[in-house]
Write a protein of this length. Structure first.
Lengths: 338, 338
């Protein structure tokens, strides 16, 4: 391909603050397990003081995906917003260090860099509590038109619909991408996010979005059904590629209505599921940009997801380009229940 | 025991910035593998820009040990110095969150909070590059006399001898501890550190230090010998308890000259050895403070070390109090070569 970048991501620029906790702590703090809740600065301080010792790691859904694509050896770029503080430095460093083009300059005014307080329970599920900080000021002026035109795929996160000023920016970026003959991909991000922005997401999927990433529950909410097969069929009529993750069952790719089952890969010990969907998207998008057959794209997604859930943190610790699909063991449970 | 705290630690307050790298990168950057090098702010910026994506986790040798003791359920307190910046907040949060008494107030002037750029090679060894920042301003005024008197054990790190103003503080704390009838423990920290401060370390070990922590190489450097048995004997004449770690061979406790071999515990996959010695010290000191037999103290040390080397980061991710010595598998290599 003659484009400068394989994938350009636009998303929240977040540093994750990850701590272990038990289920009682989630109850005490009234945190819904497995979801993402937006919190204000006061709640962020209170929750941080209450939670256990943590590690910090750069995060943000689409940002994680871009890091994964670069880790596969792909050409990725990122647009987001940070403050000129220590966490902002950490975020930008981690993008550039893995090879993502990231020209984000930290603002010296306004709110602090976004952080997500992530609580990991013994079942390896993560519950995210996100203070968006300066990321909530993302606006059309942050979108570099030329960068969009030079990128084979544009990838946006549903979470940005929580940021009022970002919606215009994303719609503008999507139009620019399509006008340049490029592809537009969207992640539905989170079931609660689908509930909050249901009608807009429906119109995006029926409209500019060409490739959709969702997990099973998000897709069911999008189409307001309990029947996953019905949702698969409907998705097939609206996007050219649907990518639906099913946890340990693997994933389903829907290629112009045709279903391709992708197995999950076996993981010795699932430690922290943070970033699983993001890294799955990295594998699939990287494969698409490299022109690989879709089945192989899906398996790259499974491979990247398996790596990231085997340790704490939302991004690969092992360069993904070094992993080999043929070495991966298919999880025995994959599609068994189908 | 009637003291308020089991162990009071005085040490550098550092946030670790941990990245994977290959051996070529260490060569390119002229970094000696396995050691700790002090760097200035300029070098810290240059090295950070050159290194890969990282995660941040609170560190500092003695601080890690205090976190380990609290994780075992012991009463630990810490004295150190941070700036009122984001990394300073992270450091203090992580101490308090695990239950360490830490009254450190971030300074609003002076250098930034200390950080250590830690490069982990595929052999799981860590090479540390530490910018001490405000931690280099630790001074006698930071030592709370009452806190020292109320703590059964005082634990200091050899690294503090790199901080000119801290030496007086540590000598004062040691005298205060002994005058109150408490015990004084020291870690030799690092072979290069032993070389830098050889004569002072010899006089500390022959003098106020009652319990010494060292690894094999540090002990050999201290006594300027190649014969570990000779070093064990000499150590036995100078301290009432010597604790010498031997990597996969386990460790040797020297109880008033009597040798007690302690096995290492088996680890599925050694990921990052950062904090191994610190957590070994946590297990031993916790056991001593609780009045356990020395063999059991040593095994608690092995248990804590095995936990911390199985993941990235210098502090336990699993509460140590939940681990069970009897569940641990002894590493087959332990003491085999003896």
């Amino acid at each position: 391909m003659s484009n400068r970048y394989d994938v350009l991501g636009i998303g929240n620029a977040i540093v994750d603050v990850i701590a272990q906790c038990d289920d009682d702590f989630l109850d005490q703090e009234s945190i819904e397990k497995g979801g993402m809740t937006l919190i204000d600065e006061g709640r962020a301080k209170q929750l941080y003081a209450a939670m256990g010792p943590a590690i910090e790691a750069s995060g943000g859904s689409v940002a994680n995906t871009m890091a994964g694509i670069a880790s596969f050896g792909g050409q990725a770029a990122f647009i987001g917003k940070v403050h000129a503080d220590q966490l902002g430095d950490v975020f930008v460093h981690d993008m550039r260090a893995v090879g993502v083009a990231c020209d984000v300059v930290g603002a010296d005014q306004g709110p602090a860099t976004a952080r997500s307080l992530i609580l990991v329970t013994p079942d390896a599920q993560r519950s995210m509590n996100t203070f968006l900080g300066i990321s909530s000021l993302l606006e059309p002026g942050d979108v570099d038109e030329e960068l969009v035109a030079q990128s084979t795929l544009l990838f946006c996160e549903g979470y940005l619909w929580d940021v009022q000023s970002a919606k215009k920016a994303i719609r503008f970026a999507m139009e620019t991408s399509i006008a340049a003959g490029n592809r537009v991909a969207l992640s539905l991000s989170d079931t609660f996010c689908v509930d909050r922005h249901h009608d807009e997401f429906r119109s995006l999927v029926a409209g500019p979005v060409d490739t959709l990433f969702a997990n099973r529950d998000e897709l069911l909410r999008l189409y307001e059904t309990d029947d996953i097969d019905e949702a698969f069929v409907q998705l097939g009529t609206e996007v050219s590629l649907g990518c639906v993750t099913m946890g340990t069952l693997g994933s389903m790719l829907i290629d112009n209505g045709e279903q391709i089952k992708i197995p999950a890969y076996e993981v010795g010990s699932v430690v922290d599921t943070t970033g699983a969907g993001d890294q799955y998207a990295a594998g699939v998008l990287h494969g698409i940009a490299k022109g690989l057959p879709l089945g192989e794209c899906g398996r790259l997604g499974s491979l990247a997801a398996a790596e990231v859930i085997s340790h704490v943190g939302p991004r690969p610790l092992t360069p993904l380009a070094r992993l080999n699909i043929s070495d991966a063991t298919v999880d025995a449970r994959s599609w068994v229940s189908e």
